[in-house]
Design a protein around this ligand. Structure first.
Ligand SMILES: Nc1ncnc2c1ncn2[C@@H]1O[C@H](COP(=O)(O)OP(=O)(O)OP(=O)(O)O)[C@@H](O)[C@H]1O
Length: 232
């Protein structure tokens, strides 16, 4: 289980997160919602170890991971799919997938066929360069690469951003499937309420760096407050 407690994060003199707390359970999708610029990415980068919080704590399975570098968090099973996907455009799809290998034991350094059953298009495009894929295909590649880390926690930062509806559906289906497998905590950042409603078991909404609403997926379904907080 992930426990984030009273996290404060600043960029120089400008504070982006104020006393943010969040829990995420294995076998559940926890959605982090909010409009542009409210601090969602800052929170995800803090979880992955790319930003150092000023105060507060982040623990995984009861142990603080605050002092671990991103690579060591990946080794602990924490996989981060950043916004903008961050794939290597000059490498092939296969080579992009293989970049996950450095953070897993030797015995796990193979492309698990499961990623092709989740994302069949990647198998067809194995020898193509990452940069030649569409935005949606790149997103699928980034998720597949994260899955090769055999994560216990999968962090997805706005996987639907700028992606065509049919691929959004596919990604939603994969997230549900991974959740139902029951061996992974999924933290999903979203701006789109409808996508979040379909998937969320728990949610928080951020506004100007603070948690202003939280609850269960069912509560999100009927929340007028959420609609207002996420309206553009
Ligand atoms: N590198 C940075 N230096 C200074 N300020 C930053 C930096 N990155 C983000 N910020 C500021 O921190 C605040 C939170 O930004 P963040 O990217 O976390 O929001 P977000 O909710 O993820 O937004 P989006 O949906 O647009 O990605 C914003 O006011 C942003 O301008």
């Amino acid at each position: 289980m992930l426990n984030v407690t009273d996290l404060n994060v600043s960029y120089g003199a400008s504070q982006a997160l104020y006393n943010v707390s969040l829990n995420a359970d294995v076998g559940k999708v926890t959605c982090v919602l909010g409009r542009n610029g409210v601090g969602k990415t800052t929170l995800m980068k803090s979880l992955a170890g790319h930003l150092a919080p000023g105060s507060g704590d982040i623990s995984w399975d009861g142990k603080s991971i605050m002092k671990l570098a991103p690579y060591d968090r990946a080794k602990q099973g924490i996989a981060f799919v950043p916004q903008g996907r961050d794939i290597f455009p000059q490498l092939t799809v296969e080579e992009n997938l293989q970049t996950a290998f450095s953070a897993v034991p030797r015995s796990q350094r193979f492309i698990d066929p499961e990623v092709f059953s989740l994302f069949p298009v990647l198998q067809q495009m194995l020898k193509r360069r990452g940069g030649d894929l569409s935005g949606g295909q790149q997103q699928q590649l980034a998720i597949a690469r994260a899955l090769l880390l055999r994560p216990k926690m999968l962090i997805l930062d706005e996987p639907t951003e700028g992606i065509q509806p049919s691929i959004i559906k596919d990604i939603g289906r994969v997230i549900k499937l991974l959740r139902d497998r029951g061996d992974m905590a999924i933290v999903l950042v979203e701006q789109y309420l409808d996508f979040a409603k379909e998937l969320a078991d728990e949610f928080i909404i951020l506004e100007r760096g603070r948690v202003v609403s939280q609850g269960t997926g069912e509560e999100l379904e009927h929340s007028e407050e959420a609609k207002e907080l996420l309206a553009i």
